[in-house]
Ligand binder design. Sequence first.
Ligand SMILES: C[S@@+](CC[C@H](N)C(=O)[O-])C[C@H]1O[C@@H](n2cnc3c(N)ncnc32)[C@H](O)[C@@H]1O
Length: 298
Amino acid sequence: MLNEVLDVVDHIPPGVFIDATLGGASHSEGILDRRIDIELVALDRDHLALQAARHRLERFSERVRFFHNSFSSLEEIFNDESIPLISGFLFDLGVSSPQLDNAERGFSYRFDGPLDMRMDVRQERTASYLLNNSDRSELQRIIEKNSDERFAARIAASIIRNRPISSTLEFAELVKNAIPAAARRRGGHPAKRTFQAIRMEVNQEREELIQGVSASIERLRPKGCGIVISYHSGEDRIVKELFRNVVTGGCSCPSKLPCVCGAVAKGQLPHSGLTASKEEIKENRRAKSARMRVLESL
Ligand SMILES: C[S@@+](CC[C@H](N)C(=O)[O-])C[C@H]1O[C@@H](n2cnc3c(N)ncnc32)[C@H](O)[C@@H]1O
């Protein structure tokens, strides 16, 4: 959703912009190209993504600071770099195509590889550790919490029965066999939701999202904009709630009655969430589940 992001960035005040999920740097490149009065603070916890992005953004090197960090460490970065206020932020969540397409990273149920799934390889806990060491109820909880998988209990039981599990294809096959045949025929690859759930747990994606977006909202200057693109309904709900809290100023009064708690609105929502255009979905199937939310600070 590059054009949609650039349309928002066109209207923000000059200053520091946070790209919390640098990835292949297409958004960052577009922003730096479009706005010469923007300085970029760019983060990725994947060292390979960061390496490629540094190269792509070489011509802007005087306006970019790179960080090999998780976005949950944004508060620390703001303090260490003495950044009191920011003009905008972008979180384009989830995994990138290079991560999915590299079998060695273990993110894909289509290619055989080790059960890794770490975005940051400095981290100790891999998918293999999680799958081979968690108990049944913990596995069921992880799958249920992070996906709409109806058969989480059967999948968790099958993981326990078939341990040790050593590769992505072995795991994908096990998940497929745990789902009743009739249900397997609906909704894409039968292992898709479980892979997503395990990946989200390995990378603590919900916790990261709440910390990173909250810290960024706190630093948003008046008229600044925050953008989050999510590909998962649970994550989108978290973003909606965080943004709504800014718009209502934390008001807890019943929605149909006038506010009496004295809360003051600190932001507005220019729209209720955008989806990718048909053309973009044709070019990139992943964009089908994308939802972009924007918060404008008052
Ligand atoms: C969908 S891609 C971003 C694509 C990017 N917007 C572009 O223009 O190419 C998501 C990226 O965010 C990174 N990422 C995901 N969660 C992160 C986190 N908590 N902290 C830092 N980087 C993260 C991933 O490693 C991946 O490279």
